[in-house]
Design a protein around this ligand. Sequence first.
Ligand code: HAS
Length: 541
Amino acid sequence: LHPNDGKLALAHIAVGYIALFLGAIAGLLQAFVRSGTLELPAGIGYYQLLTAHGVLLALVFTTFFIIGFLYASMSRTTGDLTPFAKKAGWIGFWLMTIGTAITTVMILLNKATVLYTFYAPLKASPWFYIGLTLVVVGSWVSGAGMFSQYAVWKKKNEGKPSPLLSFMAVATMILWIIATLGVAVTVLFQFIPWSFGLVDKINVLLSRTLFWYFGHPLVYFWLLPAYMCWYVIIPKIIGGKIFSDSLARLAFVLFVLFSIPVGFHHQILESGITPFWKFLQIVLTFMVIVPSLMTAFALFATFEISGREKGASGLFGWVKKLPWTDVRFFAPFMGMLVFIPGGAGGIINASNQMNQVVHNTLWVTGHFHLTVATTVALTFFGISYWLVPHLTGRTLTPRLNKLGIIQTVFWCIGMFLMSGAMHTVGLFGAPRRTAYTTYGDHPQALEWMSYQTIMAVGGAILFVAILMILYIVINLAVAAPKGTEEFPVGEVHEDAEKTPLLLENWKIWIGLSVVLIVIAYTVPVIDIIENAPSSPGFKFW
Ligand code: HAS
């Protein structure tokens, strides 16, 4: 990468890792509070910590890391960033950083204890929402930079499909921009006027609906960069080839189509939305599982074909040919493996009857610690092992590689304990998002306590793993020996079909995505607005 482009990517990644550190401290403390082993010093609240944990890890770490990685991928595959793309990248970075700082300060001042989902009726200081707006607007400016970079490449290379990694970066940003429209509407038209006291009522259901319109595609905004690594980077690291360029593009297109009109699967138990519309959005939820199944298929195919080309025989002989001691492969691979139970849990959540059992229990917390906090996080760590030294002109030494493997193992053990206990105790009915409580020494609640202790043990192991990844990343950024580290980009297998240009026709895909959104949301949103309760505190906007 051109050093200037590298700086832009690195700045994003650095803020991401600072957020990871702060958010992890909050996570460690809250695991101890929940198990009853720690009482927070006066002034700090459990829900305040929970908000900091969710916002810093789920929103800040991910968004900064992703935008840094996407910019790096654009520069690597479409050439040096144009002056416009670079400028947009930096303006976006500063807007996001200032917004994050404002938001974090409000949380630390206990003026924004509204959890990372921040929908009404919880109310924060207006500055929290203004901070969030800056983050979102900043990300749009960065998105504009990437789109222009892509458009310039397309103009110079008419009739050719764009490089796969840049296509995926563009698809991810398209998804993000369509999704964040929902959060922009609720923040600008509902929360800011309400929190400034300009209006005294808010339509709670509308705020939740607009949040989840954004909240579900948000999880795919986290997942797709991990898929970029799995589809394009992993084949190169294992010495194989990309199974199919068209399949990979189709999977990303399907995410653009189906990941948005599905927010109601977070609201299955919510009154005020007619069952028909919930049903429709659940059907669409099952559609969005398809591109993940396609991804699983493509990954198995990549591993198997590459193993056989290296002489593997038998049904599973190829497993032995994978580079198990290379952390650039091992960390993302463990992420894939964990996505099998993580994804299965998602399918359980999306099933109406089973959702009645798991909704608002610790099961759901277990689900997203497998998906975003393991599958995605381990893949992002896996990317950092080569991207950070690539950007800083250093190398991943065998010692750091080994430490990375140990880090991955620690992460998996910690998460097995923590998420396993969460899933299990969730099925016994333990609610999520509660501080330590024995519910008046109710026997049922006392039964949950041993699981919460296991959660705390898992959380402590995870915290050690966080310190390890920070040690490795800081070393790779400033101390590892100077040298060149490869930015691995796989080539497509010669047996793959030619990529149809239709897959790159964004007008069709964005158009279809809008049509699906309009079908899935228009009537229920009109219902929500028309039937808004007139009791104090509730209103149309
Ligand atoms: Fe989810 C709640 C449904 C995926 C994150 N989810 C959440 C929340 C978060 C989250 C953060 O329907 C909580 C929000 C909150 O705070 O309330 N989720 C799904 C479904 C999927 C899914 C159907 N979720 C994710 C991903 C996330 C994520 C990905 C983050 C990155 N989720 C739900 C529902 C709820 C929910 C309900 C609401 C629950 C409630 O009531 O509150 C699907 O996308 C999953 C599909 C995935 C698969 C797995 C494919 C496997 C692959 C790996 C292959 C492995 C290989 C290696 C090749 C079908 C691709 C193997 C090699 C060997 C050698 C063995």
